[in-house]
Design a binder for this molecule. Sequence first.
Ligand code: TNX
Length: 546
Amino acid sequence: MKYRVRILLLQCVLFLSVITFANDNKKLGIIPQPNKVEVIEKGKDFVLSETTEIYYSEGLKDVALFLQKRIKRSTGFNLVVTDKKQKRGIRIELNEKLSKNSDAYTLVSGKKSITITGDSPQGAFWGIQTLLQLLPPEIYSKSVQTGISWQVPAVRIEDESRFQRFRGLQIDISRHFRTKEEILETIDMMAIHKLNTLHLHFSDDDGWRIESKVYPKLTSVGAQGDRSSKGKGDFYFLTQEDVNEIIAYANAQFINVLPEIDMPGHMHAVIRAYPELGSEKDTRAKKKVIRIDEKGAEFCRNILREMYQLFQSDEFHLGFDEVNLGAEVYNDEEITAFAKKMSAFVKEELKVTPVLWDDAFEKGIQNKDYLIQWWRFGQIAWWKDIEMPMDAKLQKLDQPFILSPGNYTYLDMANTKKDGGARWGGNISVAEIYAWEPLLDLVNYDESKKHLAQGIISCVWSEQIRRMNTFEARVYPRLATLCEKCWAKPSSDRLAWSEYRDMILSKQLKRYEVLGINYWSIDNPEKLKSLKALKKVDNKSAENAN
Ligand code: TNX
């Protein structure tokens, strides 16, 4: 009998230790949730003080200085940063053999030290973001906070990204503008969420938003007003100097900037500035589509060249969405020929990867060297005539793509039925996003094709987003859960929605509060509480999708 009790006890202990391990992030609330988190129960907390030093190994000086600056802002401690190896304090190191994934890092903390080991400087940087989340939320304050014990629990974390190439946020600064300062703030927020791509949609019907030296009227005429002021009033645009500053600021946080010039549709601002670029055939389309003859092509090549010089990005986005929606200025063949010409120019002359919305793919741009951004989920009324759902077709034709399905990643959609925002993709609540499995939910998901999925970009279209306050209410906390989809690997011990909301997301909301973010439900936390879990994801297959 005694023996059986002992066995039972042992079984209980084993069971409990598994449970503790599996749910350790519940105590920490790190977002995106790391792959492996272990809180060392008997370990002692590390206490950050003004005498803590930051040691960095070769190649990591910049990330060490980044951490020093962040710590100084809220604690007032001016920590010594040194390349002399230390046993104590914060140690940031490199180990290129950690993983095949350059986003990988480990973080081990205890009473005497915190060691972050990155597979690359980028991995170390994501480790630093995790360290900031291990500290009290006041670490995110933009002014010095007193009376706080800056403790880091004893933990062991192993982490790396699920999608390495694109974990992005797209911002439409044409319909309603976002200032340089607002963009810089958003870059900080992206880094907190371990995102790596800022997709700038800077030209559309309502305004051209980046200074051009080759075509100065693009801003002296085309940047006037916005969707609310209907082209009247102030001019809104970024100077080239602003763009350089934005790129440098983003790159310092391991974020790339992906520029988009949406062509040949969505170009009303261009035609306002240079009426000769309008198409003679364009009688019904309110001058939104530019001419696609040699004159139009020449403009596109010149502006692409100039903008590429500025961005020097690895990809250039050419748009090609909704080009003959209701306009019918050109037929499919003509548009496809133009898309082919422009993509070839980007690929062969600029020598970077062209990115196009799935409209171009559907009309015949299928090329393994290009990237298609998938937004048209399912077969809703607007595009009910497509021969098969776009996600099924992308896989069928082996086309590399970026996931931006409108029903999960479009942050201009209303949070719930009762909120403002766009609606055509449905209301997208944070609970719905939590239930989304980016690969398993693809129509006709074929595991052997999962390499085609190059990552996820969430889009903040701004027809209905005028002010930064609204921008924040649409973006957060949905971005917290979207970044899980970008970063965290699907796991078999996935928390139920309510647990995730109460133990994980709630901690992120505290960080948002300190950051001064007007996240959705800040005025009424009951709204978040009332969101229902939606779909049950089959855990076994979630593991397979990994
Ligand atoms: C569709 S997504 C668009 C945008 C709009 C958005 C509004 C895409 C490629 N085109 O032009 O801003 O819907 O939700």
